[in-house]
Ligand binder design. Structure first.
Ligand code: ADP
Length: 323
């Protein structure tokens, strides 16, 4: 409700903005016309006051005309400067308002997504535990319910970690701890964790040993988890996910490939924006908040690395992290 009120208010600001801008430019044009007319009238008046028989008449006329030209030049110069200042100011204000407008919309989507994201795992876990408590189920079914509950708890945990970290990074409260990390080990741990949570998924791991880097273990783990989680989430159950780590020219390269529906070219940059999710609310079948890639990019950049996104062949996406 608050967000939609904000959007309405921003709409009013937009209308007010265009009205004011048009008024200011119209006032500027009017100011220029009025001054030019005044200038012309002054010149005509001065010329009318001159005595044609007087000595040096032509010289006086030239002087008055010269003054008129100088004044016209001055008005044009001032007018153009004002106009440019107004245009620059208008562009700056417009962009700021548009950014705020977009952020408001994304925040509204985020609030809806987060409510859903928090409620679903809790409801599922509660139902599963109640079923286990009430019924004496066969061992296999019990295990199925437990693994399902663990999966939901895992999702809740990732979500909370992402939210906490996002607010800490934003407020500058997060203190990076640096330690020597075995990248292969860290990625293997992540993949093992996902294999436990999604035993039916085919996650291919290809890691060279002895690749180390200095960084924050918790943050890097989170970045890797986010990328693998997305690869699984945005591809079909039968489709393979490939994770590989190698070292090339003193650079650690982490590749996460999936065979899902991929990301269109015009969305490739946008997916790293906070709260951004591809498609509209109705087409976003997979659960999510639009925080994962935003955080992943921040984490990679804090480690002086960069993240690239390309299309996989024949379909899907490749996320490459270079550190
Ligand atoms: P979330 O997954 O919570 O929505 P992310 O920031 O992780 O948020 O991702 C932003 C958006 O980018 C997702 O909503 C999804 O539309 C798109 N996306 C991310 N990873 C992939 C992927 N591997 N394949 C296809 N689309 C993806």
């Amino acid at each position: 409700m608050a967000a939609s009120f904000k959007i309405k208010r921003l709409r009013t600001i937009y209308i007010l903005y265009w009205f004011l801008l048009t008024y200011i430019i119209a006032a500027l044009v009017w100011w220029f016309i009025a001054l030019s007319q005044q200038n012309k009238m002054m010149t005509d008046y001065k010329l009318g006051e001159l005595n044609t028989a007087e000595q040096g008449y032509q010289k006086q006329v030239n002087k008055i005309n010269e003054e008129k030209r100088r004044k016209t030049g001055q008005y044009i110069g001032e007018g153009v400067t004002f106009f440019l200042l107004i245009v620059v100011g208008a562009v700056v204000v417009f962009r700021a308002v548009r950014r705020q407008f977009k952020q408001s919309q994304q925040q509204q989507n985020f609030m809806m997504a987060i409510t859903h994201e928090l409620k679903t795992p809790i409801a599922i876990a509660k139902l599963n535990l109640e079923t286990l408590q009430k019924h004496k189920l066969p061992e296999e079914q019990q295990q199925q319910l437990i693994s399902n509950t663990l999966q939901e708890a895992g999702r809740l945990n990732t979500l909370c970690n992402n939210l906490l970290l996002a607010s800490k990074i934003e407020s500058g409260d997060y203190e990076i701890t640096t330690e020597k990390i075995d990248v292969g080990e860290l990625v293997t741990e992540s993949v093992n964790d996902f294999t436990m949570r999604f035993p039916k998924r085919n996650i291919d791991l290809n890691v060279s040993s002895g690749i180390y880097l200095t960084g924050d273990r918790l943050l890097l783990q989170m970045a890797v988890n986010n990328l693998i989680d997305n690869a699984i989430k945005y591809s079909g159950k039968e489709e393979k996910v490939e994770v590989s780590v190698k070292k090339e020219n003193d650079e650690v390269r982490l590749l996460i490939k999936d065979e899902g529906k991929g990301i269109p070219d015009d969305e490739k940059n946008k997916v790293f924006i906070k709260f951004y999710r591809v498609g509209n609310l109705h087409t976003k079948e997979a659960k999510g908040t639009g925080l994962g890639l935003y955080l992943t990019k921040k984490i990679v950049e804090q480690h002086n690395g960069h993240i690239l996104l390309a299309d996989n062949e024949p379909r899907g996406s490749i996320f490459e992290v270079k550190l």
